[in-house]
Design a binder for this molecule. Structure first.
Ligand code: E4P
Length: 214
C-alpha cells in the first residue's frame, strides 16, 4: 500500500515528502479553505514539491461545470488528478474525463456499489471515507475489503484510496483489507513513526555506549 498526504498545507507536504514515503497528495475544498490561500497557486506549489498524483477537487455540481473546471486544473500539470464527487453528474464527468485521458479520483464513496459505478465510469481512483462511516457508528474498514474483493473478482484497475483516516489502526486495517493507497494527514504519519519502545531502546543504547569501559 502506498501513501498520499491528505492536506493543502505546503509545509506539511514538504515535511512528509522529505521522509521519502509520500507518493501523492489529496486535497479537498475544506482543506484548501483552511489554508486561506489561492487554490491554483497552492496547487502550483504542491506540483513543484511532489512528483506524483495530486488530487484537485471541482466545486460544480453539474457535469458540464465539473468538466470545465477539471480541464483547466488538468492543464496545470500531468500530475493533476481531478477529484469528482460521487453523484450521477460526477459519473458523467468522470466518464468524459476518462475518454479525454484525464485521471480522476471519485470522492465521498460510502458503499461498494458507488465504488463499482465509479470504476465502470472510468475512475482512476475511488476514495472510500472510513472515518466518516465510523462517525455514524458503522465500521468503515469492511467497505475497503468489499471494494478490494469486487475489484479483484471483476479485474477492475481502479485503485482504492482509503480516505478520512483518523488513526494509525485505520492504516494497518486498510493495508490488510487490500487498499492500494491510504491518504493520511501529517499527524498520522507522525503517530505511525513513533513507538515508546523505540525511544526507550535508543535511550538505553546511548546510555550503555556512554558508560562503556573501553
Ligand atoms: C480524502 O481525499 C479527503 O480529503 C479526506 O480524507 C477527508 O477526511 P475527513 O473525513 O477527515 O474530512
Amino acid at each position: 500500500m502506498k501513501f498520499f498526504i491528505d492536506t493543502a498545507n505546503v509545509d506539511e507536504i514538504r515535511k512528509a515528502h522529505s521522509l521519502g514515503v509520500i507518493a501523492g497528495v489529496t486535497t479537498n475544498p475544506s482543506l484548501v479553505a483552511k489554508e486561506g490561500k489561492d487554490f491554483v497557486e497552492t496547487l502550483k506549489e504542491i506540483i513543484s514539491i511532489v512528483d506524483g498524483p495530486i488530487s484537485a477537487e471541482v466545486i460544480s455540481l453539474d457535469s458540464k461545470g465539473m468538466i470545465e473546471e477539471g480541464e483547466k486544473l488538468a492543464q496545470l500539470s500531468p500530475n493533476i488528478v481531478i477529484k469528482v464527487p460521487m453523484t450521477a453528474e460526477g459519473l458523467k464527468a468522470t466518464h468524459q474525463f476518462s475518454k479525454n485521458g484525464i485521471r480522476t479520483n471519485v470522492t465521498l464513496i460510502f458503499s461498494a456499489n458507488q465504488a463499482l459505478l465509479a470504476a465502470r465510469a472510468g475512475a482512476t481512483y475511488v476514495s472510500p471515507f472510513v472515518g466518516r462511516l465510523d462517525d455514524i457508528n458503522q465500521d468503515g474498514i469492511p467497505l475497503i475489503q468489499d471494494i478490494s474483493d469486487i475489484f479483484k473478482i471483476h479485474q477492475l484497475e481502479t485503485e482504492i484510496i482509503t480516505a478520512s483516516v483518523r488513526h494509525p489502526i485505520h492504516v494497518t486495517q486498510a493495508a490488510l483489507a487490500g487498499a492500494h493507497i491510504a491518504t493520511v494527514p501529517y499527524s498520522i504519519i507522525d503517530k505511525m513513526i513513533k513507538h515508546p519502545l523505540t525511544d526507550q531502546g535508543i535511550e538505553r543504547f546511548l546510555s550503555d555506549w556512554n558508560n562503556r569501559k573501553a
